[in-house]
Design a protein around this ligand. Structure first.
Ligand code: UT7
Length: 325
């Protein structure tokens, strides 16, 4: 019998501190950095983002999102036999944020590891979990995207500091006799490493080099539009489905203009696109599971519907997952 994987529960968490564009504009103005609500909304669609307090780490937010996903799936922590966390903002260099989460969940024994594919991370993590379930090596996986990107932001660089936010999203992915995940598509191209990176590293007891996020926004924009279109078509072709079968497009929430371009090319109207970038900003690996949970909990995404999840991020990494909810 073929084993498939299916999402049986979703959860998410946003830190309570909500920073509006107006607050960001006035905070930056005190440092002589000029920006405006109009510029941010027009160029990105972002109106607000959430920032975690200094004592909150990715695993703390992952824990809150995971508990909600487990509750939605109707299973307990002990039932989980695989934990994968997608993050580029781990609590520590090591152990992995997945192991930190496992400890906080009070779970023992199941494999737990991080996937580092920046904003593409949740799509990578979901694909790995799907493959492990299909192979029979896991039956009930917790797959999480959690980020504190605010820690990487240079608040003297207006071209990046207005874009990102913090948060976490989680799903429970279970073995099933019916699909579930219909097809996955993953890619990377390391030649683009420098257009979106945090080039610092830890050495000699401290951070060495530049530990702020750097992005060539226009280069990332152009590449993102291209590869998101390619991966969407690739995952549909693998599943043998037309784009008209998609009930909801849940793209990485980086920029509303990129999302509009993807939807236009797929001939999907914007009212079938889940948009959270306006309220969350870009939460990197957390953005897709946060948007998915918003879609499920608002009652828009319903059991049986077809969802296309896709993302692109530093590396460059990109990919898509087509699934039946
Ligand atoms: O999560 C991974 C994927 N990431 C992305 O997908 C991000 C992709 N890139 C983007 O979303 C866009 O490129 C940005 C939103 C980052 C920038 O938008 P843009 O339309 O490409 O603007 P730009 O970089 O071409 O800058 C246009 C102007 C520049 O001024 P000049 O040179 O024309 O005078 C910038 O200095 O806007 C200026 N600018 C700002 N002005 C006000 C840049 N940032 C700001 C700002 N406020 N915050």
């Amino acid at each position: 019998m073929t084993i498939y994987s299916r999402i049986t529960g979703t959860g998410s968490f946003l830190p309570p501190r909500r920073v509006t564009n107006a607050e960001m504009v006035s905070a930056l103005a005190t440092q002589g950095i000029e920006t405006s609500d109009e510029w941010i909304v027009e160029r990105t669609g972002i109106r607000a983002r959430h920032f975690a307090d200094a004592d909150v780490f990715s695993s703390d937010m992952a824990l809150k999102a995971s508990n909600l996903a487990l509750k939605a799936a109707g299973i307990g922590v002990k039932d989980i036999d695989l934990i994968i966390v997608a993050t580029s903002t781990p609590d520590m260099v090591f152990p992995s944020t997945a192991c930190m989460l496992q400890g906080k969940l009070g779970h023992h024994g199941a494999p737990a590891f991080d996937v580092q594919a920046v904003c593409g991370g949740f799509i990578y993590a979901l694909t790995v979990a799907d493959a492990m379930i299909q192979s029979g090596s896991a039956k009930k996986a917790l797959v999480v995207g959690a980020e504190v990107f605010s820690r990487l932001l240079d608040f003297k660089d207006r071209s990046t500091c207005v874009l990102f936010g913090d948060g976490a999203g989680a799903v429970v992915l279970e073995a099933s006799s019916t699909p579930g995940i219909l097809a996955t598509d993953l890619h990377a191209d390391g030649q683009y490493a420098r257009i979106l990176c945090v080039p610092g590293h830890v050495s000699g007891g401290q951070a060495q080099g530049d530990a702020f996020l750097h992005m060539d926004g226009q280069a990332v924009f152009k590449l993102a539009v291209k590869v998101l279109d390619e991966t969407a078509h690739a995952v549909l072709a693998k599943a043998g489905k037309p784009s008209s079968d998609i009930d909801w497009l849940i793209p990485h929430q980086a920029n509303i203009r990129i999302m509009q371009s993807t939807a236009r090319k797929l001939k999907i109207p914007m009212d079938k696109v889940i948009v959270t970038v306006d309220q969350h900003g870009n939460t990197s690996a957390a953005s897709v599971p946060l948007a998915l949970d918003a879609a499920v909990r608002s009652g828009r995404a319903k059991p049986g519907q077809t969802l296309l999840l896709e993302a692109v991020g530093g590396g460059f990494t990109w990919g898509a997952v087509l699934l039946n909810l």
